[in-house]
Ligand binder design. Structure first.
Ligand code: ZN
Ligand code: ZN
Length: 249
C-alpha cells in the first residue's frame, strides 16, 4: 500500500515546492533540533531523510508502481544506503522483497540476447547497458533535497540568536555541508557563516592541541575534558561528515 502523503518519507518527495508559513516554521524547528543534537546538523537531517525513505520501503511496503520502477531502475539504493537499510531492525522480509525484484531484473537482462548469433559484435555493450542502473539512488536524491532545504532554512535564519548559539554549540557544519550552504549564500551571509564556522573550528583546534599535549608523558596527570576526549573524532567528522550511528535502528 502506498503511504498517504502525510506520512514520513514521501511528504518530502518531490522537494522544491514553495513553502507555506507552517512549513517554514516546521523547517526552522527541524533545523534547530538538528543543531541542538550536536555535530553537523545537515548530516543529521540528510540521514533523517534517507532513513524515513528506507523505513517506508521496508516497513510500509513498495507496491506503488512508480516507486518500485524507480528502485528497480536504480538497481536498489546505492552501496551506502543499501547497507544502511540492511542494518535496520526487522529488515529481512522487506529487503528480500525489494531485491527479489532486482535480482530477477538482472537475471532477465542476462538471458536476453543469450541466443544472439556469435558473430554479433554488439552483445557486450548491449549487456553492459541492460545491467547498469538507469537512474540514481532515490535515498541519495532525498538526502540532497534535505541538504538543500536545510541550507536554505539556515540562510534564512542567520539573524536568529538561537540559531547562532546552537550552531556554535554544535561545533559548526562538516566541510562538505558547509560548502553546500555556501553554494546558496550571498556575500553577507557568507561572511556571517565564515565567522561562525571559524569560531567552531578554532575551538576544535584548541581542544585537539590540549588532547595532543596531554598525551605527552610529562602532562599525563592532567585530566582531559569531555570535549577534548572526543575532539579527535569530531575533527574527522568536521572534515568528511558524521559517521553513521553505531546503534542498530
Ligand atoms: Zn555534514
Ligand atoms: Zn544513496
Amino acid at each position: 500500500m502506498r503511504p498517504s502523503m502525510a506520512s514520513s518519507a514521501w511528504s518530502s518527495y518531490p522537494s522544491d515546492l514553495p513553502y507555506t508559513m507552517a512549513e517554514k516554521d516546521t523547517l526552522y524547528f527541524e533545523l534547530l533540533d538538528a543543531l541542538q543534537a550536536g555535530g553537523c546538523a545537515l548530516c543529521g537531517l540528510a540521514r533523517k531523510a534517507s532513513d524515513s525513505y528506507l523505513n517506508a520501503l521496508l516497513y510500509e511496503g513498495v507496491i506503488d508502481v512508480p516507486i518500485r520502477d524507480e528502485l528497480r531502475n536504480a538497481r536498489g539504493p546505492c552501496y551506502r544506503h543499501a547497507w544502511q537499510m540492511v542494518d535496520k531492525r526487522g529488515s529481512v522480509l522487506g529487503t528480500a522483497v525489494i531485491y527479489r525484484d532486482i535480482v530477477n531484473t538482472l537475471a532477465k537482462a542476462l538471458q536476453q540476447d543469450a541466443d544472439a548469433p556469435r558473430r554479433w559484435r554488439g552483445y557486450r555493450e548491449a549487456l553492459a547497458r541492460r545491467l547498469a542502473p538507469s537512474t540514481g539512488c532515490p535515498a541519495c536524491t532525498l538526502e540532497q533535497n534535505a541538504e538543500r532545504r536545510s541550507a536554505k532554512t539556515l540562510l534564512k535564519h542567520l539573524d536568529s540568536a538561537e540559531v547562532a548559539a546552537a550552531y556554535a554549540a554544535a561545533g559548526g557544519l562538516c566541510l562538505p555541508h558547509f560548502q553546500v550552504v555556501l553554494s546558496h549564500a550571498g556575500e553577507e551571509a557568507t561572511r556571517t557563516l565564515a565567522q561562525w564556522q571559524e569560531g567552531a573550528l578554532c575551538r576544535l583546534r584548541d581542544e585537539l592541541d590540549e588532547l595532543i599535549r596531554k598525551h605527552d608523558y610529562r602532562f599525563r596527570g592532567e585530566p582531559t575534558t569531555e570535549e577534548e576526549a572526543v575532539s579527535w573524532r569530531r575533527a574527522v567528522a568536521a572534515a568528511v561528515g558524521e559517521p553513521k550511528p553505531v546503534n542498530r535502528e
